[in-house]
Design a protein around this ligand. Structure first.
Ligand SMILES: NC(=O)c1ccc[n+]([C@@H]2O[C@H](COP(=O)([O-])OP(=O)(O)OC[C@H]3O[C@@H](n4cnc5c(N)ncnc54)[C@H](OP(=O)(O)O)[C@@H]3O)[C@@H](O)[C@H]2O)c1
Length: 378
């Protein structure tokens, strides 16, 4: 039985689903000859770990308690009150030192998969050290891969040691498919993707003739947007995904070189307008312009989509007219879609489509990534 030691950073929606999937897949993994050993879980302020990470692990009962505590909005440190022995809880000041200690103990011996399901920039330093200490890295967090080229190069230096399928399209096999195309020497000329479920939903509702302000309000009520919908409408999240894909293709670009079309003007930005003011007074002023663009697109046989286009050395993110009868044009609702054009997929692109968000599918993508590392463990 191969034993894969896992240290999880981030215990929000995705991290908790990952712990649940790990527990519920025990017998499946045993049949595959693999056993996942969780040797650490952290949130932003604490780390819980077994007394001896070389011999022990956090058992499923404790992992379920971790999930219960975190889903009730409490800090992981609350586990301390339930102390029954067998595990330790470290506070914020000890967190990075103890995480590094676990990486030192396991990295070059039995191996360790450091899994980042946070949404933080702060994990980057820990990830850099983990790589130096011989650990594998699995990411749902996009920020480490969209930071400086120096950070990117270090993470990507040993491609067998890093997996990050869930950073683009959640559980959809976008990164895996692209890696296969790249490794077969098939040159990728162009990638076009609708990579935000929220913006996908917004654009297909606009196509039905609804005003932008109404569509965004409805998307917020349905829970499709971030608490401040401008986080989606800014296009930053799509740009991060575009940067990850472009860097995978070997392009040496940084975030600042990406041309991003935000769906709202600067003067309606978060620093200048409250969320309420934006939703009740700001966004209605954008309705007419977008309605005209929808009509113009329709008269050209097209629909509007919020896409990321990677071509040559450029990455552009924004609203584009696409033919109604193309895969992108036929997209409805919150699905993601990626069209990849290469020598082998020249006229008809390789198309990957499906749910591109959700804690369950994202965590499933992370789990498959961890299992994919099994050959590096014994
Ligand atoms: N949900 C999706 O559909 C989806 C899809 C694709 C990718 N992703 C990515 O997956 C990641 C997780 O998403 P989520 O929805 O689970 O986020 P979330 O609910 O906001 O959870 C984030 C977790 O990270 C923890 N955290 C923050 N800073 C940390 C640090 N420095 N070290 C360790 N843990 C830290 C937080 O701790 P506290 O609890 O103490 O605040 C929290 O437990 C994000 O990067 C997101 O972009 C999500």
């Amino acid at each position: 039985m191969k034993k894969i030691a896992v240290l999880l950073m981030g215990c929000g929606g995705v991290g908790r689903h990952l712990l649940q999937h790990i527990a519920s897949c025990r017998s499946l993994h045993a049949k595959m000859g693999v056993q996942l050993r969780v040797v650490g879980v952290c949130d932003s302020k604490s780390l819980v770990a077994p007394m001896d990470v070389l011999k022990e692990e956090l058992n499923d009962e404790l992992l379920s308690e971790v999930c219960r505590i975190k889903s009730s909005g409490l800090a992981l440190s609350k586990l301390g009150a339930l102390e029954k022995g067998g595990y330790r809880v470290f506070n914020a000041s000890e967190l990075s030192r103890e995480t590094e200690e676990i990486a030192k103990l396991l990295g070059k011996s039995a191996g360790l998969a450091v899994v980042d399901c946070s949404a933080s920039m702060e994990t980057i330093e820990i990830l850099m050290k983990a790589v130096d200490l011989g650990c594998c890295v699995v990411l749902a967090n996009k920020k480490p891969l969209t930071s400086t080229l120096e950070h990117y190069d270090k993470l990507a230096l040993h491609p067998r040691f890093i997996r990050h399928e869930s950073t683009v399209g959640a559980g959809l096999p976008v990164i895996a498919s692209l890696n296969r195309i790249i490794s077969s020497g098939d040159p990728v000329h162009r990638i076009v993707g609708s990579l935000s479920g929220t913006l996908g939903y917004v654009m297909s509702e606009l196509e039905d003739g609804k005003p932008l302000s109404q569509v965004v309000q409805a998307a917020k009520t349905l829970g499709y947007t971030e608490p401040d919908p401008r986080d989606d409408l800014s296009g930053m999240d799509v740009a991060r995904k575009g940067l990850i894909l472009a860097r995978l293709l070997g392009k040496r670009i940084i975030m600042d070189s990406i041309k991003i079309e935000s769906m709202y003007p600067e003067e309606m930005g978060p620093g200048l307008m409250s969320v309420d003011d934006f939703l009740h007074n700001g966004i209605v002023k954008l309705d007419q312009n977008i309605e005209e663009r929808v009509k113009r697109a329709s008269s050209n046989g097209c629909v509007l989509r919020y896409v990321c286009v990677i071509e040559g050395s450029s990455v552009q993110v924004g609203i584009r007219e696409v033919p109604k009868d193309s895969p992108l044009g036929r997209l409805r609702g919150s699905d993601n879609i990626v069209e990849i054009y290469s020598r082998c997929y020249k006229e008809q692109p390789l198309v990957i489509q499906g749910a591109g968000a959700g804690n369950d599918t994202t965590a499933a993508g992370v789990l498959a990534d961890i299992i994919d590392l099994q050959d590096l463990f014994h």
